[in-house]
Design a protein around this ligand. Structure first.
Ligand code: NAD
Length: 335
């Protein structure tokens, strides 16, 4: 059976997901696209797909059984609510929404629907290296995790994302989500330290060090550098009671020449996480074809939004800011 999918937002990642869904994966036909920039939607539309003028029309269309949202974060709330109202499975890129109030609205709508429909785009959970790392921690031979060191280095900031809050608003969510998932733990508080500012980033607050305080007492330190110039470099190391478990460096051809011995570094997230995105969508297609969702949930999107909000307060005030989570609805207890 082929799942008929509509894609909203045909910018950088929307186009990459369209490529993935049409050229890499099976079981999907893209029947509809929409973007507020009509010409972008027309350029990105695969042969035979209808270009809809509004996201709402796409969501309502009988040509669309499931939706992929790749628009800007501020547009997600309305589009998610429309998908839930229509009872259509939906994959939504991070950030799920941009305020705690919006997250609770989406959660209430999904809980009222009575079944998970929303999957949030935290692709690291589908990365084979992170999955192996989690397996080692869960097996318990190293004892309890005590600290997690997470490094998130980006070559440069994409145009349009250049605000001083970007590292805490847009980048931190990936480290926050993977920390919760890897450690099977919840974030209770956030501190931020701002070291010497990189001259590469102008007004951007870059780099930053974020401390995530977990319910168990584990502390996660996250280095976020978004103008590191040399490439996209993701690292992670969990310090446990009786040993260390770390993400491996990605395999890459070893080049030897007059400059020495070296391995290439991924240019950006598309290259580093290419297999993770593929796997994320493989699992989404299967869940959506069954009328549901898998993996990162609305609850996870809610916690990541609260974490970003707490980090923004923490950097302004220089304090430890706590997360004031609502009770977790039963719908999300298993996830
Ligand atoms: N998971 C990841 O690693 C990852 C990586 C990159 C981007 N993202 C997320 O994906 C989303 C898109 O990012 P991008 O880099 O492709 O941005 P982009 O600016 O390249 O593309 C966004 C597109 O959405 C369109 N759009 C905006 N509002 C819309 C609306 N209301 N209805 C329809 N279309 C609308 C814009 O016209 C634009 O074409 C963001 O939320 C971003 O944070 C996630």
């Amino acid at each position: 059976m082929t799942l008929r999918v509509g894609v909203i937002g045909t910018g950088m990642i929307g186009k990459d997901h369209i490529r993935r869904l049409t050229q890499v994966l099976n079981g999907v036909e893209i029947t509809a696209v929409n973007d507020i920039d009509q010409s972008s939607a027309e350029d990105a539309a695969p042969m035979g797909a209808t270009v809809f003028e509004t996201a709402e029309q796409l969501i309502q269309s009988e040509q669309v059984e499931a939706v992929v949202i790749c628009s800007w974060g501020g547009a997600h709330e309305e589009q998610l609510l429309a998908c839930i109202k229509a009872g259509k499975p939906v994959f939504c890129e991070k950030p799920m929404v941009i305020s705690a109030e919006a997250a609770i609205k989406v959660m209430n709508a999904e809980v009222a629907y009575g079944k998970r429909l929303v999957q949030v785009g935290f692709m690291r959970r589908f990365d084979a290296d992170y999955r192996r790392l989690k397996k080692v921690i869960d097996e318990g031979s190293l004892g309890a995790p005590l600290m997690y060191h997470s490094v998130h280095r980006n070559g440069q900031v994409p145009e349009g994302l250049y605000t001083s809050d970007m590292p805490l608003n847009d980048t931190l969510v990936h480290d926050a989500d993977i920390s919760r998932w890897l450690l099977s733990d919840e974030i209770s508080g956030v501190e931020v330290r701002v070291p010497r500012r990189s001259t590469q980033g102008g007004e951007l607050r870059d780099p930053v060090i974020v401390l995530l305080h977990m319910d168990s007492g584990v502390i996660v330190d996250v280095e976020i550098s978004v103008n590191i110039s040399y490439g996209y470099d993701i690292r992670g190391e969990v310090s446990c009671e009786r040993g260390i478990a770390a993400l491996p460096n990605r395999p890459a051809t070893i080049i030897t020449d007059q400059h020495g011995i070296r391995q290439a570094i991924p240019e950006d997230w598309r290259e580093r996480f290419i297999e993770a995105y593929d796997q994320e969508f493989r699992e989404w297609i299967s869940a959506a074809a069954d009328g549901g969702a898998i993996g990162p949930s609305v609850w996870d999107g809610y916690v990541s939004t609260l974490t970003a909000d707490a980090a923004l307060r923490a950097v302004e005030k220089g304090t430890l800011e706590t997360l004031d989570l609502i009770d977790k609805p039963a719908l999300y207890q298993q996830h």
